[in-house]
Design a protein around this ligand. Structure first.
Ligand code: F3S
Ligand code: F3S
Length: 105
């Protein structure tokens, strides 16, 4: 699956959302998250992110590898909503992301 990593935090450009054919990129408070079961690995989102936050999971540098779990675990309790547009902004974050200091001043 594709994964959104640290550079998205406090940026949230959202260009990726418009590219996704299955609408599986969900909005948290400080970043967006890709649903690992709904993503069909089309890769359309990856080149449009202006801060290069989107990576194929196997290509993540070591310091960002935990973001694979961060994206997946964000959906604990949400299940598989099937559409980001339908669910809307969640107003929450994975605890690892919520605990990060501000990434932009
Ligand atoms: Fe984030 Fe990049 Fe999408 S900043 S919202 S992953 S376009
Ligand atoms: Fe969507 Fe990106 Fe996956 S465009 S299907 S989240 S690779």
């Amino acid at each position: 699956t594709f994964v959104i990593a640290l550079p998205c935090v406090d940026v949230k450009d959202k260009a990726c959302v418009d590219e996704c054919p299955v609408d599986c990129i969900y909005e948290g408070e400080r970043m967006l998250y890709i649903h690992p079961d709904e993503c069909i690995d089309c890769g359309g989102c990856e080149p449009v992110c202006p801060v290069e936050a989107i990576l194929y999971e196997d290509d993540s540098p070591p310091e960002w590898q935990h973001f694979t779990g961060v994206n997946a675990e964000f959906f604990d309790g949400l299940g598989s909503p099937g559409s980001s547009a339908k669910l809307g902004p969640t107003g929450r974050d994975h605890p690892v992301v919520a605990a990060l200091p501000p990434q932009r001043t």
